[in-house]
Design a protein around this ligand. Structure first.
Ligand SMILES: Cc1ncc(COP(=O)(O)O)c(C=O)c1O
Length: 302
């Protein structure tokens, strides 16, 4: 049932980013355009799902279920994939029924939805959380929120080889590191594994410190057996996950060279700008910025 999905291996393009503040500091950035792999199944989500779907396939699953919020990029990608590749999906949602643009899409893609309230959603980490859902949907494979964990990270490892294959076309012999937004840190962990200590991965936290991103990264990296991970985390949350202040909004508005959203990619590029302008990044540095997508989630925030 999942084989057609597992046969899809999108290759994101690597493109130079031209911005004045980069040019002034002689810092070069290329963007890995995960946001452009597909109009519907966009961003880091497909990559984080892939190894979960592989496990579902190996278990002979009858469908896939997962959870998220009313703007969830993850549920959006899962539902779109289910429709495209022909497998049933169930989405468990945080909070009470509402019709955001994302939720309307989930319904249109044929995902079966259940609203868990806030209290019910908080129980998602309980050991027996999935038991009643597995009884209600026999044979459905549960995927953790956001496609997290080692399988999620494994799917992101391919970004490194994909980017390296395109360096020559940019006229780059090599690069000095990565820059990307972090929600759970799963995507960052994938790049940390792929680099295996060779080049640093810089992650900008979209959620305030204390949300367990470092612990997530450490647990994925140690489950994979990598002893010496090379990464750094910066707080780019601006005081809260959903908080969009006027500076952030203005930065996105004036950065016409690339389409950004305020929750992840806007924060990540804005923090890079602050580091560049503070002189923290040496002239001549070449960085790969991962555009992790999320543009669909902007609808309704605007
Ligand atoms: C658009 C976007 N960028 C970045 C992230 C962060 O990814 P991760 O949870 O793997 O750190 C997410 C999801 O959490 C996302 O939706």
């Amino acid at each position: 049932m999942l084989l057609p999905a597992l046969d899809w291996h999108p290759q994101p393009r690597l493109e130079r980013l031209h911005l004045d503040w980069l040019a002034h500091a002689s810092v070069e950035v290329a963007v890995l355009r995960l946001d452009r792999i597909d109009p519907l199944i966009s961003g880091n989500k497909w990559f984080k799902l892939l190894h979960h779907l592989l496990a579902a396939h190996q278990a002979g699953a009858a469908g896939v279920m997962s959870l998220g919020g009313a703007y969830s990029n993850h549920l959006h990608a899962l539902a779109a994939a289910g429709k495209r590749f022909g497998f049933p999906t169930v989405g468990l949602l945080r909070g009470h029924p509402r019709e955001t643009p994302t939720v309307l899409d989930l319904k249109a893609f044929g995902m079966t939805l259940h609203w868990l309230g806030y209290e019910g959603y908080r129980r998602r980490h309980d050991a027996n959380f999935w038991t009643p859902w597995q009884s209600q949907y026999p044979g459905f494979w549960p995927v953790p929120e956001g496609g997290a964990g080692l399988p999620g990270a494994q799917g992101c490892m391919t970004w490194a080889s994909c980017a390296r294959d395109q360096l020559a076309a940019l006229g780059w012999e090599d690069y000095h590191g990565w820059w990307l937004a972090c929600g759970t840190g799963t995507s960052l962990a994938g790049l940390v594994l792929a680099e295996a200590g060779k080049r640093p991965v810089h992650g900008v936290l979209a959620v305030p410190e204390g949300h367990g991103v470092r612990q997530n990264v450490e647990s994925i990296v140690s489950a994979a057996g990598l002893a010496d991970p090379h990464y750094e985390l910066f707080d780019g949350s601006r005081g809260g996950f959903g908080r969009v202040d006027s500076d952030l909004a203005a930065f996105i508005e004036t950065t016409q060279a690339i389409e950004l959203e305020p929750l992840y990619t806007g924060k990540a590029l804005m923090l890079l700008k602050a580091r560049v302008e503070a002189g923290a990044i040496e002239p001549g540095t070449r960085l790969i910025f991962v555009h992790t997508g999320g543009l669909q989630g902007r609808r309704g925030l605007e």
